[in-house]
Design a protein around this ligand. Structure first.
Ligand code: HEM
Length: 388
């Protein structure tokens, strides 16, 4: 019988007994999948040759098979001489063992873990907001502004941020589509959503990568860790208590962690995304596993079927995406409702001088040449003076 839908395929599968971690382990190892597809018999007994004419009655030989089980074992274990008329990098793999652990993990544990991570992060931020409230400018407003980010910096930020938000939404739509959206809205409604999401996701990824390179080049020098960061971390950045202000340059330790997360996760998600966009062109995981084996002495598979590469790339891409989105939730929180005056830095580019003196005193002193503690008289009237 030919299975014509995903539900048909799954209905023939016994329910998965393994936990998410076990499935992930099987997927990493590519369990019971010893060799990549072969086009020549690895086992000479199965290959017809002048010296071994009996082999012509072996599985897949011109004499036919002894029995079906023998054929399928040889195919599965990479011992059979397979050749196909269809040419392509993945066409000679007829059975691939890591496929089911991957599918079961992708539709089960991955969505559960990822979903809980995102909901848990939102809940933690809501709780933090209830306990701590909005971090306000504590001194009196000076009525003066200071430039925090130039236009090109804000452009790079919003290029990265805007494209990231589109990628996150469309990625989640594709990831949760089959288990959450099709049951709710049906195939007819979901189909155009999936097609549009895939198109947006693939094309917007270029803008994200460009933005990533821009912010890396513009901000890397100011994000090198230093001793001030350790002191900032030791005091929790003053985030948990009112009236505590910890010294900071242009970026404090918390922001540096955001910066490096954005860059490292961004690079990793870009590379795995490219390998998904150009299937079978990259051998990302066999090379990475070889590198890890060389350093740690582990025995991760270094030869793998092309499909196995793609399954690992998809799994890695999605896991990194969940962690990345959770981190960005925290960033968006602090840049909007979490801290008074922060959004202006990326909105207009100018912040209130008092905000700069409280949150980035060392940077303020460096840029203006003035003490962050000098008395500035309260503003007369409404006018604000720009200080750059
Ligand atoms: C609605 C979404 C977002 C808002 C409101 C927002 C807001 C901000 C603000 C206000 C700053 C400046 C903080 C300061 O002056 O000290 C900032 C910096 C930054 N943003 Fe965003 N952002 C958003 C999304 C994103 C996204 C999606 C990314 C990356 C994927 C990102 C990456 C960064 C980085 C690397 C910095 C510099 C480090 C830092 O200040 O944490 N932002 N953002």
């Amino acid at each position: 019988m030919v299975a014509d839908s995903f539900a048909d395929v799954m209905s023939h599968e016994p329910p998965a007994q393994e936990s998410g971690l076990q499935l992930l382990g099987q997927l990493m190892r590519g369990d019971a999948q010893p060799t990549p597809p072969v086009t020549q018999a690895a086992d000479p007994a199965l290959a017809p040759s002048a010296a071994n004419p009996e082999a012509t009655v072996g599985p897949l030989s011109i004499g036919g098979a002894h029995n079906d089980a023998e054929i399928w074992s040889a195919i599965r274990e990479g011992r059979a001489a397979i050749d196909t008329q269809v040419r392509g990098p993945a066409t000679a793999t007829l059975i691939q063992d890591a496929g089911m652990p991957w599918l079961t993990f992708r539709h089960g544990a991955m969505l559960q873990w990822g979903g809980w991570l995102l909901l848990g992060t939102l809940a933690a931020l809501a709780l933090f907001f209830l306990i701590r409230g909005r971090i306000r400018i504590e001194g009196h407003a000076t009525g003066r502004l200071i430039e925090r980010f130039a236009f090109i910096e804000r452009f790079g930020h919003w290029l990265t941020a805007g494209s990231f938000i589109l990628l996150a939404i469309t990625g989640l739509l594709v990831l949760f589509g089959r288990v959450a959206l099709i049951p709710l809205f049906g195939h007819q409604v979901y189909s155009p959503i999936a097609i549009a999401s895939k198109w947006v996701h693939n094309n917007v990824s270029w803008a994200f990568m460009l933005g990533l390179v821009m912010i890396f080049v513009m901000w890397v020098a100011q994000n090198i860790p230093n001793m001030t960061d350790l002191r900032w971390l030791a005091k929790g950045g003053g985030l948990f208590s009112k009236g505590t202000h910890v010294h900071a340059w242009k970026f404090n330790a918390g922001q540096k962690m955001i910066f490096w997360s954005v860059i490292i996760l961004g690079a990793s998600i870009s590379v795995s995304g490219l390998s998904l966009m150009f299937p079978f062109d990259f051998h990302l995981f066999s090379h990475t596993f070889g590198f890890i084996n060389g350093i740690l002495g582990t025995s991760l598979p270094e030869t793998m079927a092309p499909q196995h590469e793609m399954q690992l790339a998809q799994t890695w891409h999605a896991i990194v995406a969940f962690v990345y989105i959770a981190i960005i939730f925290c960033h968006i929180y602090i840049g909007t409702i979490g801290m008074q005056g922060a959004f202006d830095a990326m909105g207009s580019g100018d912040v209130e001088v008092q905000w700069a003196r409280e949150h980035h005193d060392l940077w303020y002193e460096e840029v203006t040449g003035r003490s962050a503690h000098e008395h500035i008289p309260p503003p007369q009237g409404q006018a604000t003076t720009r200080h750059s």
